[in-house]
Design a protein around this ligand. Structure first.
Ligand SMILES: *Cc1c(COP(=O)(O)O)cnc(C)c1O
Length: 219
């Protein structure tokens, strides 16, 4: 599809939902993509990217940051506690804070650095056993716990179950954010970002619709 087509669809979805133009940030998910595809989107002027793997991001973004001022990279994949230090050095935001032990680790790192990436709490809205994220019923307590550690919470993030209509999951996440006084909503991917925008998404994470299909075998 390409960057411009996605930008147009986001603008149309904002308008259809009666939302201000530019109220949704497009995170271009560049994980696993060949460098020339990412370089092309950088050259088109896009500056916000998403990555899933700390090591992969550490390898490719320092050079691009030097070449393209204003680049921001958000961590959207599961974060192991032993990679947290590298992650806070690499990313402007982490969308996958999903457990108290990781929050404790991040709080210690934030104290030492005097700075912390924006944090989104990942919610497992479908309560899927194989999926990361705090369970919906535990979310309010987790928000309090994280706030008690003096960590900044930018919002909530979810990945709805693949086989279900995502709309109820987006609505559930929006409701949980509202009742906790949180404004950021990281939700919506290539296949469902318009539904997410209708439900209030502030950050959509779109990969294959911008860059083309990921070819994992080529890694
Ligand atoms: C890979 C990934 C995306 C992007 O997926 P597409 O279907 O390619 O748009 C979005 N969010 C997360 C958490 C991902 O892991």
């Amino acid at each position: 599809m390409g960057l411009n087509a996605i930008r147009e669809r986001i603008a149309a979805a904002e308008a259809a939902a009666g939302r201000a133009p530019g109220s949704v940030q497009l995170i271009a998910v560049s994980k696993v993509q060949p460098p020339e595809r990412v370089a092309a989107v950088l050259a088109e002027g896009h500056r916000l990217y998403g990555e899933n793997y700390v090591q992969e991001a550490a390898g490719k973004w320092p050079a691009w940051r030097a070449e393209f001022p204003g680049v921001a990279v958000h961590m959207i994949g599961p974060l192991q506690t032993n990679k947290a230090k590298l992650a806070v050095e690499l990313f402007e935001a982490i969308h996958t804070l999903d457990r108290p032990s990781l929050a404790v680790k991040l709080a210690g790192l934030a104290q030492a650095r005097g700075a912390c990436p924006d944090l989104f709490l990942q919610v497992n809205t479908g309560a899927e056993p194989q999926k990361a994220g705090i369970l919906p019923e535990a979310l309010d307590g987790f928000v309090k716990e994280v706030r008690g550690m003096d960590l900044p919470i930018a919002g909530l993030m979810c990945i709805p179950p693949e086989s279900e209509d995502p709309a109820p999951h987006f609505a559930m996440l929006a409701g949980m954010a509202a009742r906790n006084g949180l404004t950021g909503l990281s939700m919506g991917m290539s296949s469902d970002f318009e539904a997410a925008i209708a439900a209030g998404a502030t950050h959509v994470r779109v990969g294959s619709a911008i860059f083309g299909a990921r070819e994992y075998a080529a890694r």
